[in-house]
Structures are given as C-alpha cells and as structure tokens.
Write a protein that binds this ligand. Structure first.
Ligand SMILES: [Fe+2]
Length: 210
C-alpha cells in the first residue's frame, strides 16, 4: 500500500492517492481542486486511477472530480445523502470557475460496512454523519482517511447544511472505539493517530463521556 497526499486549492484540502503496489492501481480520495496537480502526482507514481472516493460532497473535496474522470475513466463513489451537494450552488459556482466543473456521474453509493476492493487492498467504509449527513471515513490497512469528520485535536464544522453536533459526537465515539491504532489522515491540516486523538481530542473526549 502506498499513500501520497496532495494538498490542493485555496482551502488546502488534503487529497490522497491510495495505491495498491501489487497491481499498480490507485484510488483518489477527495480530489478537491487542481486536477492537473493530482494527475501529475499519479503519473509520477505510474499508477492507473480506478476509483474516486469522496468522504463527503463539499465543493472543496469534489471540484476536480469531472476532470479526473475525463482523464482516467475512474469510477466515482459517494454516500447517497451527499449526492445533492454535487449540484448545489457553491460547487457549481466555484467549480465552474476554477475547474470547468460539471456534475459528475455517480457509479456507486457508499454504504456503511461495505468493503471496496482496490487491487489487493480492502477499503472499509464507515458512514460517519455529523459534518454532513453523508460523511464517510475510509479504513485501509493502518490508515484512516477521516475526511472532515475527525481532524487533529478537532472535528469538522456541524453548522453547515445537514451538519449535526449530536451525530458527529456519535461518529467520533464510534471511531474512537475501533480496535487498535490507525494513522489519521484528515481532509485538512495535519496528520495524527487515533491513539493520540483518543487522548487529546476534546470532541472525542466529550463523545466518550456520553
Ligand atoms: Fe467539508
């Protein structure tokens, strides 16, 4: 397994290339902007893009999807509850201006507990509502792609559209109760570990008190 972060756009979204070394295929998680930069990183690795996995539908995580689909034919997955965000005003306005965005075709909806195959890798999907109703976290090996659900010592905003503080606390509790440790690779800012977050993340600590 290889993981290459690519930091993209004015909100500095952490996009990730998750690759299977055995088959030289990869998934792109949250291509928020800068399709050219992401595709250049993929080309440098020499991997074939099979999947685009979206942790949620906010514009800063999805605007480069159409260009990457056009260039690679990758299949796009998002949770059903966030599909509407792909055609909301914000993404159309920013996306059209920045990336020539058109509403992408969705090839499959993410479901809680589902396992997605990428070459010889298994990617496990957890539905973690709270930042949006359709937020998901992806687990692969020792990596947790936590989107805007879990940040280093913080969590995603819950005051937008379908956000809910109650829901995100439940989702954070569920993540904290997973067995063992994971590298936490969030949608913005610094990387962390689940063990560190169990100890120092005030939202996880609050969630565990409930
Ligand atoms: Fe977001």
């Amino acid at each position: 397994m290889i993981i290459k972060p690519v930091i993209v756009g004015w909100l500095r979204t952490n996009c990730y290339i998750l690759g299977d070394e055995a088959t030289k295929t990869c998934a792109i998680i949250d291509p928020g902007q800068k399709a050219d930069q992401i595709l250049a990183a993929v080309a440098e690795l020499g991997y074939e893009v099979k999947l685009i996995l979206l942790t949620h539908g906010h514009y800063d995580h999805v605007m480069a999807v159409p260009q990457i689909v056009k260039a690679t034919g990758a299949k796009v997955y998002i949770h059903k509850k966030d599909q509407w965000l792909l055609e909301c005003d914000e993404v159309l306005r920013y996306g059209t201006r920045a990336e020539g965005y058109t509403v992408p075709h969705i090839d499959g909806f993410l479901e809680d507990g589902q396992t997605i195959k990428l070459g010889e890798l298994d990617i496990r999907v957890l539905h973690t509502p709270g930042h949006t109703a359709g937020c998901c976290v992806f687990l692969c090996g020792d990596a947790m792609f936590s989107g805007d659900t879990l940040f280093q010592e913080c969590c995603g905003r819950t005051d937008l559209e379908t956000g809910s503080l109650e829901d995100i606390l439940k989702s954070l509790k569920r993540l904290a109760q997973l067995e063992g440790n994971y590298r936490v690779l969030p949608g913005h800012e610094g990387f962390s570990s689940l063990e560190y977050e169990r100890q120092y993340n005030p939202y996880i600590r609050e969630a565990m008190r409930r």
